[in-house]
Design a protein around this ligand. Structure first.
Ligand code: ZN
Ligand code: ZN
Length: 150
């Protein structure tokens, strides 16, 4: 598999250690997957993708690992889409756009200061989730095609 990304397993190992997480092979692979696939995968998606490579992996392990990562502030668990929890590696704060038709979650960069939390007095903010909902550009495109042909 050729990878263009610059994320090495060594870097991921160092990152986990810096967060106080023991970098087991399974944890490394799960975080590597999340870093390479920025499409907000669910536990099922990750389990299916890694299950072939790691025969000892169970769905419970994936779930527990993601819970641990969430606790440690490494990933964020996101809004439930179709009864599935989706996960996101925390990078710069960003909003999401959730499509009502294909259920995809898109990352939306925010250019304003919505994520400045100075105005929230005294409370300690640990997570910010902004989700825009609607119909995504791909679904709009196919919808327009359908409109024209009907
Ligand atoms: Zn869509
Ligand atoms: Zn995201």
């Amino acid at each position: 598999m050729s990878e263009t990304g610059a994320i090495s397993i060594d870097k991921i190992r160092g990152f986990l250690e810096s967060k106080g997480v023991k970098p087991s092979f399974q944890r490394l692979k799960i975080l590597e997957y999340l870093l390479k696939h920025r499409n907000h995968p669910s536990v099922d998606t990750i389990f299916q993708a890694l299950g072939d490579d790691i025969p000892t992996l169970s769905k419970t392990t994936v779930y527990n690992t993601l819970s641990l990562f969430t606790q440690k502030g490494i990933v964020a668990s996101l809004t439930v889409v179709n009864n599935e929890l989706r996960y996101d590696v925390l990078k710069d704060p960003h909003a999401h756009f959730q499509c009502a038709i294909c259920s995809r979650l898109y990352d939306i960069p925010l250019k304003n200061d919505l994520f400045q939390t100075d105005f929230i007095e005294d409370h300690q903010v640990e997570d910010i989730q902004v989700t825009f909902k609607g119909v995504c550009k791909n679904c709009l495109k196919s919808r327009n095609v359908l409109d024209k042909t009907s």
